[in-house]
Design a protein around this ligand. Structure first.
Ligand SMILES: C[S@@+](CC[C@H](N)C(=O)[O-])C[C@H]1O[C@@H](n2cnc3c(N)ncnc32)[C@H](O)[C@@H]1O
Length: 262
């Protein structure tokens, strides 16, 4: 996918924004571009070729497909069978599993990945700890999510979520004649950048490599450093984390095929 360019840059942000605008009509194109972009972001820190990658909450598998295209051994874990089969048959080796209780040995993955899942999880702290547990010492974690006060925080009800989740949901139903996919407190949870950063920095044996706006064309890291402003201006927080190489707090298994996959 050649349209993905230097990150961050105006051209890249414009390309991603254009793809998002057609997400409903051309989801494959939109997610293929996003997956290519995420893969490139990971490869800045860790090669994908030959690595064992775990895609947690991977939906129908567009990221998994891209990681495999780049030579990774990637396994998808997804708790919702409707998401898994939304765009056709599930990817080979997909596992029905909750990200808070992954059927994987400690330290099984070289790269643990989750894109736009954290805000859908009732217990993000446990979800993050579980991602750390399954990553090998020295391995990489990629976590991106849309925070609640982002202009896209209410997902399909945005930007009316700024007036309250119930009001936004009622408006969506009035306008479209169908219920919104997401209900706050059920499958969408208001996550904020400040508290999430504090939670991540408190994770034992983990270093924050970068905390940045995932899509911003410039000032991508700077904006995340400004309390208050970051809640509105980040849009989507990208965390690249590294599990400490000599973390004795958890036992580490060699990076082999996950027991439950395949
Ligand atoms: C917005 S979709 C993102 C899918 C995919 N990662 C992507 O970016 O295209 C959110 C996904 O998170 C999944 N999810 C929700 N709660 C989860 C949990 N506790 N563990 C793992 N995945 C979960 C949902 O089933 C859904 O597939």
């Amino acid at each position: 996918m050649s349209a993905v360019v230097r990150d961050p840059s105006v051209a890249r942000s414009v390309a991603l924004f254009r793809a998002f605008r057609h997400e409903q009509t051309e989801p494959e194109r939109c997610y293929a571009l996003l997956a290519c972009d995420a893969a490139r972001q990971i490869e800045r820190y860790e090669p994908l070729r030959g690595r064992l990658v775990v895609d947690v909450g991977g939906g129908s598998g567009c990221f998994t497909a891209e990681f495999r295209r780049r030579g990774a051994r990637c396994y998808l874990f997804e708790p919702d069978v409707r998401e898994l089969t939304a765009h056709g048959p599930p990817p080979a080796g997909a596992v029905l599993a909750d990200g808070c209780l992954l059927p994987l040995a400690d330290g099984a993955a070289d790269v643990c990945f989750s894109s736009n899942v954290l805000e859908h999880v009732a217990d993000p702290r446990t979800f993050l700890s579980e991602m750390v547990r399954v990553t090998r010492p020295g391995g990489l974690l990629y976590v991106a999510f849309t925070n609640w006060l982002s202009p896209w925080g209410g997902h399909e009800t945005s930007p009316w979520h700024y007036l309250g989740a119930d009001r936004a949901r009622a408006r969506y139903r009035r306008r479209t004649g169908r219920p919104a996919k997401h209900t706050v407190g059920e499958n969408l949870f208001p996550l904020h950048i400040g508290p999430t950063l504090r939670q991540v920095r408190a994770l034992p044996g983990v270093t924050v490599v970068t905390a940045r706006s995932r899509y911003a064309p410039f000032l991508a890291e700077a904006v995340v450093r400004v309390p208050g402003v970051r809640e509105f201006a980040t849009w989507n927080l990208l965390l690249i984390l590294r599990r400490s190489p000599y973390d004795g707090s958890r036992s580490a298994a060699p990076a082999t095929t996950p027991a439950a996959a395949g």
